[in-house]
Design a protein around this ligand. Structure first.
Ligand SMILES: [Zn+2]
Length: 407
C-alpha cells in the first residue's frame, strides 16, 4: 500500500541553507535512474533540490510510507546536473543529502583472461576506474555470480565452467554508487575437453556393507531394494550441500596459495577421473548414472590425507553419500573437498596449515573401495582437480598471473 504521488516541482539556484549542514548525508546520483531514499512519509511539508544551476528542471517524486523516489521528468540528458543538496523538511526536522552527481560510467580494463572449457577453471583479473565508490562482480549466462577479491582497484576472481553446461559466457559488471553501470564480456581461450563414460559394477553385498555406518537395520536381502534403502538413508544423513557452503568466496584472498601442487596423498593411483559419466550396475541393472565431480585417488588403508595448502576448515563431519567429509576454504573462492575418509583429524572452524594431516583414507559413504575422493570447488562449481595437482598448470594459470598483478 502507501501513497503514490507524482508531483513535478522546480529546481532553482540559490546558496542558502549552509547553516543547516548538521544532518547531512552523502548521496550519489546519475540524474537518470530513479533515486530511492529511505523516508518517513508522514508529515512532510516540503521537498526541494538545491543545485548550482540556472536552468529549471522538473523532477517527479513518488513516495510510499518508507521510500522516497526521485526521477527527472525531462528526457535525460537535456539538462545539466551538478552536485547539490537534496532537502526533505519534516515539521520536526530537516534532513539534507549532499548530492554528488556523476554521469560518467566506471571503466573496466581486463588484465588477464583464462583458458576455459567444460569443467575447467582459471583466473579473471581486471582493473576498475571510478572516482566514486563502486561494486563489481562477474556474472555467467546461467545467472550465477562470482564475487572477486580487490586490492588497489585490481579485482581478481577464480571462475569455473560447470561440467554439464555446453555454452558458457562470462561478463564483468561494475555498478557505481550513482547507479552508472558498465558490462564487459570476458573472452577466454577455449579448451577442448572430453570425458569418459564408465560402467562400475556394484557388489551384491554393497548395501549391507556400506549400510552399517548409517545403521541400516531394515535390509531385506534383495540387493536392489536394499540399495534404494541405503540411498534414502544417505540422503537423510546429508548435513550440508557443498554448493551452499562454497558458492560465495570468503573474505580471504590468495595468501594461502603456495607453489606446491595440490596433492593430498604422497603416492596414489587415479581410478575415476573428473567428468566421468558413471553407470553403477547391480545385478545387471543400471541403478544410478551420475557425473563424477572430483578425482578418485587410490592408496592403501591407513594412508594419511594432508591438506596441501593452508586454510580454514568449513566442514568436518559425516555427510551421507560423501561419508566422512572435510571441506577447506583456501581463499579466493577456492575450496577443497575430501570424501570417504575413515577418520577425520580436524574440526570445523579450525585453521590448518599446508601439509597438515586432516584424516586417513577410507571407504565411508557411497564408495566401492578404499580411496580418497578429492573435489575442488570454485565458488560453488566443481572443477577438474587434475589441473590443480599439476605444478605447471598451477604456475602458468594461477600463480604467475596472481604475482604479476600484485597478489
Ligand atoms: Zn569419487
Amino acid at each position: 500500500m502507501g501513497n503514490q504521488v507524482s508531483t513535478p516541482f522546480l529546481l532553482k539556484t540559490s546558496i542558502f541553507l549552509s547553516l543547516l549542514f548538521a544532518s547531512c548525508y552523502g548521496l550519489y546520483w546519475n540524474g537518470a535512474s530513479p533515486l530511492v531514499l529511505p523516508f518517513v512519509g508522514a508529515g512532510v511539508s516540503r521537498v526541494f533540490f538545491e543545485v548550482p544551476l540556472e536552468t529549471n528542471i522538473s523532477l517527479s517524486f513518488t513516495y510510499t510510507s518508507n521510500l522516497f523516489i526521485i526521477q527527472p521528468m525531462n528526457p535525460f540528458p537535456s539538462f545539466e546536473l551538478k552536485d547539490g543538496i537534496l532537502v526533505i523538511v519534516y515539521p520536526w526536522k530537516t534532513v539534507m543529502y549532499k548530492m554528488r552527481i556523476s554521469t560518467l560510467p566506471p571503466s573496466v580494463e581486463i588484465l588477464h583472461t583464462p583458458s576455459l572449457g567444460r569443467g575447467k577453471s582459471g583466473l579473471v583479473i581486471y582493473r576498475v576506474g571510478s572516482s566514486i565508490p563502486c561494486q563489481t562482480w562477474i556474472e555467467d549466462n546461467l545467472g550465477c555470480r562470482y564475487y572477486p577479491y580487490e586490492e588497489k582497484k585490481v579485482w581478481v576472481s577464480l571462475v569455473g565452467w560447470p561440467l554439464t553446461t555446453t555454452r558458457y559466457q562470462l561478463k564483468i559488471v561494475v555498478e557505481d554508487a550513482a547507479q552508472n553501470s558498465v558490462e564487459k564480456l570476458v573472452s577466454y581461450s577455449p579448451l577442448k575437453t572430453t570425458y569418459r563414460v564408465r560402467t562400475i559394477p556394484l557388489a551384491r553385498e554393497f548395501a549391507k556393507e556400506q549400510g552399517t555406518e548409517v545403521n541400516l537395520t531394515n535390509l531385506t536381502g534383495d540387493p536392489l531394494k536394499d540399495y534404494n534403502t541405503l540411498m534414502a538413508a544417505f540422503a537423510k544423513q546429508t548435513k550440508v550441500s557443498v554448493f551452499e557452503l562454497t558458492y560465495r568466496r570468503s573474505g580471504r584472498g590468495g595468501q594461502m596459495f603456495t607453489n606446491l601442487p595440490f596433492l593430498p596423498l604422497q603416492e596414489f593411483a587415479f581410478s575415476s577421473l573428473f567428468g566421468d559419466e558413471r553407470r553403477f550396475v547391480l545385478e545387471g541393472k543400471v541403478m544410478r548414472s551420475s557425473y563424477h565431480y572430483g578425482i578418485d585417488m587410490v592408496a592403501p588403508s591407513n594412508t594419511p590425507v594432508v591438506t596441501p595448502w593452508g586454510g580454514e576448515v568449513k566442514f568436518a563431519d559425516y555427510n551421507g553419500a560423501s561419508g566422512n567429509t572435510v571441506i577447506i576454504d583456501h581463499g579466493l573462492g577456492m575450496y577443497s573437498v575430501y570424501m570417504h575418509l575413515e577418520r577425520i583429524d580436524v574440526r570445523t572452524k579450525m585453521m590448518v596449515r599446508a601439509g597438515q594431516q586432516i584424516g586417513i583414507i577410507g571407504k565411508t559413504g557411497y564408495s566401492t573401495g578404499i580411496h580418497l575422493h578429492l573435489g575442488i570447488s570454485i565458488q560453488g562449481r566443481y572443477v577438474d582437480p587434475t589441473d590443480w595437482t599439476n605444478q605447471e598448470w598451477l604456475e602458468n594459470h594461477i600463480l604467475e598471473p596472481l604475482r604479476r598483478y600484485g597478489k
